[in-house]
Design a protein around this ligand. Structure first.
Ligand SMILES: Cc1cc2nc3c(=O)[nH]c(=O)nc-3n(C[C@H](O)[C@H](O)[C@H](O)COP(=O)(O)OP(=O)(O)OC[C@H]3O[C@@H](n4cnc5c(N)ncnc54)[C@H](O)[C@@H]3O)c2cc1C
Length: 505
């Protein structure tokens, strides 16, 4: 499977990735997400990486592959990752991100993990009112791998391949020494204290506080799929004033194929019940209550779920933040950030790890291209700006859009896609629109500009559906209105899949 994917993605170079992403739904898009990295161009310079999460380990592996002397500093051993840590996030990764991991030959459990096909979204303006659904397929599937198992394996692989791994919780004083001994020091410590070395970018960072209160829990028991839904989806429930719930097919370190549930509660809202919980059992208990109350159509599927492991949960919050890419140590030496240290995103669009992968790839490309020259502040800034222009800006924008009320363009889009059901034989305009929305999680630069601009969105709808935009939007809106009327009369809505799902369940 992996070989076939790789061959397909790389056989004709990077442009193939771009041109194949949305051939059917959006021929208008033609951009090259990445340059090809020539790993043979690397030199023997010394590079230190602090942090053994997704971003730090990918940076280390990529630079090692390119011939650099790499030292990775981790505050925990591989065994501590596996047995004593919580997962940093669900880390669902889409094709562009996965391709980079395959390019590095990293273990990704692709033969055992559940490959997800797309997203099934139910949108409720108020609890109990299922206004519409969207069911879209990705062109290539996603994977969500337990990050604890991943860091454990990737750290061992790094050592086996000749990288140097040091177990140490790095302080600013130690960072001084490390920076003095290396040509470049990359900080990939997630949202740890070292993040403070990098100034918040006040222009780009649009929030000064978290927009959701989060909970995540790994569960086993629910079947891998939903009756009547013809794919393995991320189940995405949007409950207007309450928040969002995501059920993600997941490959867990102990129980294998299972689920990762993420709750995004609006602060102070009726789902905001997870704060202060101290163990996974309590999180799961509240999760079941919340699903029963606000997402009752999924309750039967979830009600017998059990915790996958005692560390498999989290409660927290993220203030979406973009930081400046130059960190100046007290001595004046410079360090640069990658991953969550550079950009922290709310998990609402499943972008943090994907964004990190793209950032790492850009960083490595720029390190190699820089040859023997000094990694100075100008290089760090130019490197990050290149990434931000290619990926970061649209990712941050798309992610934040999902935290806000839908734009007028998004509302038109949601009506125009109404009728999507993700069936293989559905080639309707509505289905192509739904697919484009889901594909935007893989590359947010594809659809985000249209979601921001109503005129552009109308052109996009016409191009994709081959119908006048007004007809596409009006016919979706009419169908939605009919189902609203049914619900007003106390009947079940007959959205695509929902009716069958209820019957089958
Ligand atoms: C609930 C939730 C769900 C999510 N779902 C998704 C999703 O579906 N898709 C997606 O793309 N993203 C998702 N994310 C975001 C994603 O998990 C993160 O963006 C990603 O894991 C960050 O990786 P990182 O390597 O930058 O940081 P981290 O994973 O935080 O890794 C940094 C590591 O550095 C080490 N470290 C810290 N301080 C030090 C120190 N001083 N010295 C040495 N080592 C240190 C620690 O071991 C730490 O784990 C989600 C996040 C959350 C909270």
């Amino acid at each position: 499977m992996r070989d076939a994917l790789l061959q397909c993605a790389f056989s004709q170079g990077g442009t193939v990735i771009a041109s194949s992403i949305l051939t059917a739904p959006a021929r208008a898009f033609s951009r090259t997400p990445f340059d090809i990295i020539d790993f043979s161009e690397g030199t023997m310079r010394r590079i230190a990486i602090i942090g053994s999460g997704q971003a730090g380990l990918l940076t280390a592996h990529a630079l090692l592959k390119a011939g650099y002397q790499v030292t990775l500093y981790s505050d925990r051993t591989p065994e501590q990752w596996l047995h004593e840590s919580k997962p940093t996030g669900s880390a669902t990764r889409f094709d562009l991100s996965l391709q980079f991991e395959y390019e590095l030959g990293l273990k990704s459990w692709e033969n055992d993990a559940p490959w997800g096909d797309g997203t099934h979204m139910t949108l409720c303006p108020v609890p109990g009112n299922r206004m519409l659904t969207l069911a879209g397929r990705l062109r290539r599937p996603f994977l969500a791998i337990d990050l604890r198992m991943q860091s454990h394996a990737w750290m061992h692989e790094l050592t086996e391949r000749g990288g140097n791994v040091v177990i140490e919780s790095v302080t600013v004083d130690r960072l001084e020494q490390i920076a003095a001994e290396n040509d470049l020091t990359v900080v990939a410590t997630g949202k740890s204290d070292l993040t403070q070395l990098f100034e918040r970018d006040p222009v780009r960072s649009v929030y000064d506080k978290p927009q959701r209160h989060l909970a995540m829990v790994c569960v086993k028991g629910p079947v891998m799929g939903f009756d009547g839904i013809p794919m393995l989806p991320i189940k995405h429930n949007v409950i207007g004033p309450v928040g969002e719930g995501f059920w993600i097919p997941y490959f867990h370190k102990d129980v294998g194929q299972s689920w990762n549930l993420v709750f995004e509660a609006r602060p102070g809202g009726p789902m905001d019940r997870f704060g202060g919980l101290k163990d996974g059992e309590s999180v799961l208990e509240v999760a079941k209550q919340v699903v029963k109350e606000f997402v009752p159509w999924d309750y039967k599927w979830l009600k017998d779920a059990e915790l996958s492991d005692k560390h498999g949960w989290q409660v927290g919050r993220v203030t979406p933040t973009v930081r400046k890419p130059v960190g100046r140590l007290p001595s004046g030496r410079l360090v640069t950030p990658v991953g969550d240290t550079a950009m922290a995103l709310d998990p609402i669009a499943g972008q943090g790890a994907n964004n990190g992968n793209k950032m790492v790839r850009n960083l490595v490309e720029c390190i190699i291209a820089h040859g023997d020259r000094a990694f100075d502040a100008e290089w760090m800034t130019t490197t990050f700006e290149k990434f931000y222009a290619r990926h970061g800006h649209m990712t941050y924008t798309f992610n934040n859009m999902l935290l806000e009320a839908p734009t007028a363009a998004t509302k038109d889009f949601l009506f125009a896609q109404y009728g999507s059901d993700a069936r293989f034989d559905n080639n309707s305009g509505a289905q192509l629109l739904a697919n484009a929305f889901v594909e935007n999680a893989n590359d947010p630069a594809l659809l985000t500009p249209y979601l921001q601009d109503r005129r552009k969105m109308h052109q996009f709808i016409e191009k994709t559906t081959g119908r006048p935009w007004l007809r596409a939007v009006a016919s979706g809106a009419m169908s939605v209105a009919l189902e609203e009327f049914r619900q007003w009369r106390g009947l079940e809505p007959r959205h695509p899949l929902v009716h069958e799902y209820k019957v089958a369940a």
